[in-house]
Write a protein that binds this ligand. Structure first.
Ligand SMILES: Nc1nc2c(ncn2[C@@H]2O[C@H](COP(=O)(O)OP(=O)(O)OP(=O)(O)O)[C@@H](O)[C@H]2O)c(=O)[nH]1
Length: 666
């Protein structure tokens, strides 16, 4: 296993990483894009808020100035200068005192103002004593007269203290609207002194402005407006009239409800503040000092309420709002996340499968190498030889075992030697025949051969060859070579055992028969005489009976040893069974055979067998043997007739008293 510190092993951990990593990557990729998008939107919202504030401010100012100018212009109307002195001279309100035409003109003027502009709820002319002489109202509840006493009203008091063309402007306040649906309205009183041509103060002109009408035209009130207006006085009290959609109501305290907004607006005259979810563009306006845009000389107002603070509140763009405003975009992002996670999971799972397969392949390959090594070992160190030959009989592959047998190295043999070169000339024909069979249609062949090893030794082997044939025909032959040396040795041993008498180590009856065939053939070829002597130990039963069977065996062994010493190397001494023996004497005539028999008889008679002191006092036991001898006649294919004759001679020797040699003529 390669070392890799970043490899996370468990599948669940890799799956977690496969989910988190794509999410992180997509987030990292998208975040700068959306952040800059949000920033752009914030900047755009700021600009919108600022421009909306500017336009709203201008509109409010223009509307108010328009009213200011209308009040000032009306106050200078000659009708008022004519009507007021006449009314003032009357101790009680008397409508009939005014000239009918003046009154109608004034009424027409006031009606025009009321209906044409629509923003006034009441127009009143008040004399210096605070008595209202002329009044026109949108609320037709009040019948003329009564005369209202304005002596204590701030508007009257304020206006009376002013110079011509100066204005008193009250803060917005609640008043009776006269309408059933919304009996309470918000209004502003604008008052200015009425002065005659000589500068004498005649009274006060009072216009009550429907504050909601004035502010209804502001951009914030439009449904498609992106922002919301906010107008508070110097104490933070809400100045905009209550509307259905607005959360705030007239007179609410911004300082309590939204301290952050109030803090921003109250510190600076103008600016833009970033609140939690909102952007607030604001500026302050003091009626008393910013009157230059109207025709008013000076404006008097309640000092506690000035300046006003106007603000435009816009929802602050955020990433979430940006996403939520476009469902397609949101869906696309969700799809990107989903795809990236799906890809990650798929990658991990397929990688996991791949790892498994790789691991399995590694295991298989390791096992295959192991098996290949084992097969290689089995091939090279098998207890038999393996070799492959091409069609010419050249060695193309050979295992170690066979190389060790031959005593050569692989590089000395492979592609260099023909296999038949290692086969002994005597067995080469068998090998060639088998190899031809392998090359032939049978494609199989076997032979028992002898291999000629480097050290000169010969190794008997059995070779079993088989052709390896493909569609292209014969490729090579594969042969298994078995070492036969052990088998051969065993066979030889068994063969020897089969021909040997185990007690005396002499050849047995069968050995005599085999050897006789050879000697008879040789004698036929050489015309040399071949003699046979039959030997039988005398009174052997008596030895057995007297000294025991073991002593009898010792006597038999002593005889075999002694006979070997007496006989020539070429003589064939065999035990025929029991205490009977036979000697085949090649190239031996009658006289010679009789001499051999006599020499042997005498040696036996004079050489007691060693049987140990347990058996006899001297440790030896004298014994004798009788002999029957004969010639193997020319023309006798087997030894049988000669044995029969020798046995006859032997029988005669026994009959004659034992311990003697008797010749039997053919
Ligand atoms: N100890 C021993 N005794 C054997 C063996 N083979 C045969 N004999 C014994 O040899 C004896 C042969 O006895 P017989 O055939 O009567 O002949 P004999 O006693 O030698 O008498 P003659 O041949 O007439 O002299 C038997 O008692 C057999 O049991 C052997 O391998 N070992």
């Amino acid at each position: 296993m390669r070392f890799c510190p970043l490899v996370i092993k468990p599948l669940w951990a890799r799956l977690t990483a496969a989910i988190l990593l794509p999410v992180a990557l997509v987030t990292l990729t998208l975040t700068p894009i959306f952040t800059s998008h949000v920033k752009e939107r914030v900047d755009s919202s700021r600009q919108s808020a600022e421009s909306l504030l500017a336009s709203e401010y201008q509109l409010l100012l223009r509307s108010m100035n328009e009213s200011f100018n209308q009040v000032l212009a009306t106050a200078e109307n000659p009708l008022l200068r004519r009507i007021l002195p006449r009314q003032a001279s009357a101790q009680t309100p008397t409508w009939g005192l005014a000239a009918q035409s003046d009154w109608e003109q004034l009424e027409a003027l006031f009606d025009t103002l009321l209906t044409h502009f629509g923003r006034y709820t009441r127009l009143a002319v008040i004399d210096t004593l605070g008595r209202e002489w002329v009044s026109t109202s949108t609320a037709p509840l009040l019948t003329r007269p009564p005369v209202t006493d304005h002596w204590t009203s701030p508007a009257f008091q304020g206006a009376m203290s002013l110079q011509p063309r100066d204005l008193y402007v009250s803060p917005p306040h609640l008043c009776v609207s006269g309408e059933e649906e919304s009996p309470v309205a918000t209004a502003i009183d604008i008052a200015t002194p009425i002065v005659d041509d000589q500068g004498e103060r005649l009274g006060v002109l009072l216009f009550t402005l429907d504050w909601s009408r004035l502010t209804a035209t502001l951009p914030h009130a439009r449904e498609d407006s992106p922002g919301e207006a906010l107008l508070v006085d110097a104490r933070g009290q809400w100045l905009l009239p209550s509307s259905d959609g607005s959360r705030e109501r007239f007179g609410h305290s911004l300082t309590e409800r939204w301290p952050a907004a109030w803090a921003a607006m109250s510190i600076r005259n103008q600016g833009i503040a970033t609140l939690d979810d909102h952007l607030l563009a604001y500026r302050s306006h003091d009626l008393r000092t910013q009157h230059y845009r109207s025709q008013a000389g000076m404006i008097l107002s309640d000092p506690d309420t000035q300046p006003w603070h106007l603000g435009i509140l816009m929802t602050r763009p955020s990433l979430w709002r940006l996403l939520m405003e476009n469902p397609v975009q949101l869906l696309a992002i969700a799809l990107v996340y989903l795809l990236s996670v799906a890809f990650g999971v798929y990658w991990v799972l397929s990688n996991h499968r791949l790892r498994e397969l790789r691991q399995r392949a590694l295991t298989f390959s390791r096992e295959a190498r192991q098996y290949a090594g084992e097969v290689q070992d089995l091939y090279h160190y098998a207890p038999c030889g393996y070799h492959s030959l091409d069609s010419d009989g050249r060695v193309i592959k050979i295992n170690r075992t066979e190389l060790d047998w031959l005593g050569y190295r692989a590089d000395e043999v492979i592609e260099k030697r023909h296999y038949r070169d290692f086969v002994t000339p005597e067995t080469r024909a068998a090998f060639d025949a088998a190899f031809q069979k392998v090359l032939g249609e049978g494609q199989e062949g076997s032979a028992e051969c002898e291999l000629l090893c480097r050290d000169g030794t010969r190794l008997p082997v059995a070779i079993q060859g088989k052709a390896h044939v493909t569609e292209d025909g014969f490729q090579y032959s594969r042969a298994t070579v078995f070492d036969l040396s052990e088998r051969k040795a065993l066979e030889a041993r068994l063969e020897k055992q089969a021909l040997t008498d185990p007690l005396t180590g002499l050849g047995n009856r069968r050995a005599l028969k085999d050897q006789a065939a050879i000697e008879i053939a040789r004698s036929e070829r050489s015309r040399a005489p071949l003699s046979l002597i039959a030997i039988d130990l005398d009174h052997f039963k008596c030895i057995n009976d007297t000294y025991g069977h073991d002593v009898g065996d010792l006597v038999l062994q002593a005889f075999a040893k002694l006979a070997r010493q007496v006989l020539r190397d070429g003589d064939v001494l065999c035990r025929m069974g029991g205490e009977e023996f036979a000697v085949l004497l090649p190239d031996t005539n009658r006289e010679q055979a009789l001499q051999v028999a006599e020499r042997l008889r005498e040696a036996i008679a004079t050489t007691p067998a060693k049987v140990g002191r347990d058996a006899t006092e001297e440790g030896t036991l004298a014994y004798t043997a009788s002999f029957g001898a004969t010639l193997v006649c020319a023309g006798e294919a087997t030894l049988k007739p000669a044995i029969k004759r020798a046995d006859s001679g032997l029988y005669a020797a026994k009959e004659a008293g034992r311990n003697r040699v008797q010749w039997e003529e053919a």
